[in-house]
Design a binder for this molecule. Structure first.
Ligand code: WT7
Length: 637
């Protein structure tokens, strides 16, 4: 069942917090607080909502569970995350504090104080208004990793509109589907993005996506690469030209929102090919991310914080853009890929900027580990205080390397388990929690998680089961955009009677109650920590004229966690050769994006199916891995 490898290493390997860590941490009694929160979770969240964010109008109810599973948090409250992330800091001493330091692939550097970022956000908010964007409208944002990406997100939310950020690594069909589903009349993009010294033609991809999804009326284009692009008169506008107009004034009022108004949509992969837009709201989301970031990472005023994800994923939304700004931190953002243009680029940046917290994914750690220990050894990494990881289970070997070679055995490793759906961390240690390599340890304060059997009974220690969340939490996605029934079906049907949220993951708990995530139980594959649905890749394959039917599976890979293995039945008369393999790979890259490209494509005459016609991916996987095929009683005759 496991999609991963080596996650079950010695469970007796425990790393206790050092005396130094215990003496300096802000919340030494975290486990006590967690115990209080277990007894009264609503009191815990109520206190955090008062401690960490400001409300225009106080809320009346912490949790409204009258219409399960459509929970509401902090009802009656009026709030805007941009007030908490920017406006209030600009009125305080933090006005001149650095909010963001950005470095380009070529080494160019830009910095933003809170005041400067606030002004840029105001300007762009006014630009969006002038393009006709109103409260409740959606704006799709498709950009590279540049400061204007967070600026566009913040500006959208400032005026009460809803952003849908599409990761810059997605391609035409994926982008078109997302624009169409969100019905965005206004989109924001770049001419191109830099990636490993080459340009990605974002605007060209956007043009093709718009041809497939004609809802778009206005395109705002940031000039980043300066490459030649096509500008459609009356539809496409340069960001810098709009910013020079009188309409782009440096002040824009922030829109007070109901706590339960939509704030953003973020698409993620599920079981079907249709993209699933998880909707997050204005109140609970910000309380959840501010709380988890503050306590799990023990953040401090003088931190230099680096979450090395992409703002286009939930990790970036919650822990690059919104969380750090709410808490008034100084963040670092790098445009390029890890190890580009040289293997110690990251370590050089840690030294140069005095990074104190580094938060990244196991796949990046494994990739950097491959270059060898000499690269980090060249640099003074003593500024680092805490290391984080997210996205997939971290194999103990990579954990130990991160701990020893990067953290020099001084930094706790905060392994955060969560999902696009959860908004923020759910299972994670804080610096005072003893660590076990490969385990995300314990549910965060106020979160009730368990591993259960199909009938809902809790599993015995070390027994594999379904990972469920037994109580609502403030950062939870409220629905699937435009499809509440799908939200109910996907997350709340498995344990409907008990009213629990099913995560889609399998896990086990050890005798100390520590959680060990095994992997996805559904048709989701994690490739380099990116989430892909089998159906997305399969529909891209069958959209090629040579392919009649396709099935894809995830196969464990040392570097990327999993890679995709595809099986295709070809149309009659088509000959499957290496040329066609290359063509199909290029086709998937073009339709979905580089992350979806199968590592292997096999041509077959038939696919194993159940009598009801469902492809049995389990059998394909067993075949590739050379494992016994198990129960085949439902196999088609
Ligand atoms: C899935 C969610 C949350 C931000 C990035 C991923 C896997 C996530 C961990 C972890 C083991 C993890 C799970 C989960 N996952 N973090 N620390 N240990 N597995 O968000 O793309 O929505 O994916 O990622 O399988 O269900 P996402």
């Amino acid at each position: 069942m496991s999609d991963t490898f080596d996650t079950t290493a010695s469970k007796s390997e425990i790393y206790h917090p050092s005396a130094e860590v215990l003496a300096s941490v802000q919340l030494p009694n975290y486990l006590e607080l967690r115990e209080q929160a277990r007894r009264d979770p609503l009191a815990f969240w109520d206190a955090r909502a008062k401690e960490l964010v400001e409300w225009y109008t106080p809320y009346e109810t912490v949790l409204d569970d009258g219409n399960r599973p459509f929970f509401k948090w902090f009802t009656g409250g009026k709030i805007n995350i941009v007030h908490n992330a920017l406006d209030r800091h600009v009125k305080s001493w933090r006005k001149n504090k650095l909010a963001m330091i950005w470095e380009a692939e070529d080494g160019e550097q830009r910095t933003f104080s809170y005041f400067k970022l606030w002004k840029e956000v105001n300007r762009f908010a006014n630009i969006l208004k002038s393009m006709g964007v109103k409260k409740g409208d959606t704006v799709t944002i498709y950009m590279g990793r540049v400061p204007e990406l967070p600026i566009a997100m913040l500006a959208t939310v400032k005026i009460g509109a809803i952003h849908s950020v599409v990761y810059g690594g997605f391609s035409e069909q994926a982008l078109a589907d997302r624009i169409e589903d969100a019905k965005s009349k206004v989109v924001v993009t770049c001419d191109g993005a830099w990636l490993r010294g080459k340009t990605v033609n974002l605007k060209d991809i956007m043009d093709e996506a718009i041809a497939r999804s004609p809802v778009v009326q206005r395109v705002i284009v940031l000039k980043r690469t300066g490459q030649p692009i096509n500008m459609v008169s009356g539809r496409d506008f340069w960001w810098h030209e709009l910013a020079a107009l009188p309409i782009a004034g440096p002040y824009c009022e922030t829109e007070p929102m109901d706590a339960e108004d939509p704030m953003f949509i973020l698409y993620t992969s599920g079981t079907t090919g249709k993209p699933k837009g998880l909707m997050h709201t204005c109140g609970g989301y910000q309380v959840h991310i501010a709380t988890t970031l503050k306590y799990a990472f023990d953040v401090r005023e003088d931190d230099r914080y680096w979450c090395a994800a992409d703002p286009g994923w939930i990790t970036g939304h919650s822990y690059i853009v919104y969380g750090p700004l709410i808490l008034g931190l100084t963040s670092f953002m790098y445009e390029g890929a890890p190890g580009y243009p040289y293997p110690d680029r990251w370590w050089q940046q840690v030294e140069k900027y005095g990074i104190t917290i580094l938060y990244t994914a196991p796949t990046a750690i494994r990739g950097l580990m491959r270059f060898g220990d000499a690269w980090p050894a060249r640099h003074d990494l003593s500024s680092l205080r805490l290391l984080g990881t997210v996205g997939e289970p971290i194999n103990p070997e990579a954990w130990r390397w991160y701990y020893t070679v990067i953290g020099r055995e001084r930094c706790p490793i905060i392994d955060t388990w969560w999902q696009t759906e959860t908004g923020g961390f759910m299972i994670t240690p804080t610096p005072v929690v003893p660590l076990k390599p490969g385990s995300a340890t314990l549910p965060f304060a106020g979160i009730e998680a368990d591993v259960v059997r199909e009938n809902g009974e809790s599993c015995a220690p070390n027994e594999d089961g379904y990972l469920v969340i037994k109580r609502p939490w403030p950062g939870m996605a409220r629905t699937v955009w435009g499809d509440p029934e799908r939200y109910k079906q996907t997350y709340w049907a498995e344990f409907e009677r008990q009213g629990w949220y099913f995560t889609g993951d399998s896990a086990r708990r050890d005798e100390d109650g520590y959680f060990w995530i095994i992997g996805r139980m559904d048709d989701v594959i994690k490739v380099s920590g990116y989430r892909l649905g089998t159906a997305e890749v399969e529909s891209a394959l069958v959209s090629h004229r040579s392919v009649a039917e396709a099935a894809v599976i995830g196969v464990p890979d040392e570097l990327r966690g999993n890679v995709i293995h595809a099986f295709c039945i070809l149309n009659a008369g088509v000959h499957g050769d290496q040329g066609l393999v290359d063509e199909l790979k290029a086709h998937v890259r073009h339709e979905v994006g580089p992350i979806a490209v199968p590592a292997a494509i096999e041509f077959v005459d038939s696919l194993p199916k159940t009598r009801s016609g469902k492809i049995m991916r389990r059998l394909l996987k067993a075949k590739v891995l050379g494992q016994p095929v198990g129960d085949t009683s439902t196999l088609e005759g």
